[in-house]
Design a protein around this ligand. Structure first.
Ligand code: AHG
Ligand code: MN
Ligand code: MN
Length: 334
């Protein structure tokens, strides 16, 4: 039984046997993410004091400017996972292609691949607003001991074995699921340990917060426009309010606690949506469903989408079940 204030380390050990293929490997993997997140957290907290704010001068494969902290976080997660030799492959928002680990070693028995958004919401770094990290973990589908291939990464979200995020907010939290509910751990920076502060997190079935970049309103599909109008109409019973941070992790985290819906629909500027299926939408969808919420592209369950490329984008509607279903109804009927 998990106990409030248990450390993340204790929690991982205690719950190891509930993993489907318990061998300790997944526990070690989550442990390394916890460690890398602590290092990144330290750097994020210092932003402003050291020369870590601003653009790195490069763009990633998706044409987005990389911030120095994007590059730093990417390096830290990749180094930690590679050095500790626990995964066979990594895909990241900041890497053009996936990374193969120990492909030369036939005895290499690691079975997990990780997909990661090392720093989410990076446009918020310069202004001291919450950012995050998102991760998604799968068992490889190609044989052990061979180099990983693209099929290991292009798996449907419903095959995830674990997923989580770190929010570097007013306090730093790690929230994750291995398919047995969602638990949130808060970092005590004085001690350097994460403690179980939010056991068994659940989206309220209904909520009153909608989170969307309304600057793109004119370009949204009609169904979304009408849903936004529905949220804005005040009939006394639906006092909806709008909250949008611009960091998926932070917007999602708030909505999971308070009840709400997050939307990044397609638009003329982003005809396929903006968020990436594999390392943003699928992990958040897994967490949402494990917390009694819902995630959809407007018509279909996010986790049932067959991925075709590493960095593909998808429209994303996620949050409290009744709110997502209402938005889907508007999409279907318009
Ligand atoms: P990233 O920083 O990893 O590129 O992700 C940014 C994403 C997401 O976190 C956020 O919700 C969304 O982009 C904000 O986009 P807009 O500025 O277009 O609203
Ligand atoms: Mn992101
Ligand atoms: Mn990012």
């Amino acid at each position: 039984m998990s106990k409030r204030n248990q450390t993340l380390g204790e929690f991982i050990i205690e719950n190891q046997n509930s993993f489907k293929y318990s061998s300790g490997e997944l526990s070690k993997l989550i442990n390394s993410i916890r460690l890398a997140a602590k290092v990144v957290n330290h750097e994020v907290n210092k932003a402003g004091l050291v020369d870590i704010i601003g653009a790195a001068g490069d763009t990633n494969i998706q044409g987005e400017d990389q911030q120095k902290l994007d590059v730093y976080a990417n390096d830290k997660f990749i180094q930690t996972l590679t050095k500790r030799n626990i995964v066979c492959g990594i895909a990241s928002e900041e890497e053009d292609d996936f990374i193969t680990i120990n492909s030369q070693d036939e005895n290499h028995q690691n079975k997990y691949v990780v997909l990661i958004d090392p720093l989410d919401g990076s446009s918020n770094i310069d202004v001291n607003v919450s950012v995050g990290t998102i991760f998604s973990i799968y068992r490889r589908v190609t044989p052990l001991g061979t180099p990983v291939s693209i099929e290991d990464f292009l798996q449907k979200g419903n095959k995830q074995v674990a997923a989580g995020y770190v929010v570097y907010g007013t306090s730093t939290m790690l929230v994750y699921t291995t398919g047995h509910g969602v638990n949130g751990f808060t970092l005590n920076p004085a001690i350097g340990s994460y403690y179980l502060s939010h056991p068994d997190m659940q989206f309220p079935e209904d909520g009153n917060i909608y989170s969307v970049n309304e600057g793109n309103y004119l370009d949204f599909p009609l169904g979304i426009k009408k849903y936004i109008k529905y949220c804005q109409e005040d009939e006394g019973e639906r006092p909806y309010t709008s909250r949008y941070i611009g960091s998926l992790v932070s917007d999602f985290h708030r909505n999971m606690i308070k009840g709400g819906i997050y939307m990044y629909p397609k638009s003329t500027k982003n005809p396929k949506g903006k968020l990436r299926l594999l390392y943003e939408c699928n992990p958040m969808a897994f967490i949402a469903e494990q917390a009694n919420g819902k995630a959809s592209d407007g018509f279909n369950r996010i986790m049932d989408i067959e991925p075709t490329e590493l960095h593909e984008r998808v429209p994303f509607i996620c949050g409290s079940k009744n709110m997502v279903e209402k938005a889907e109804e508007f999409m279907r009927n318009n």
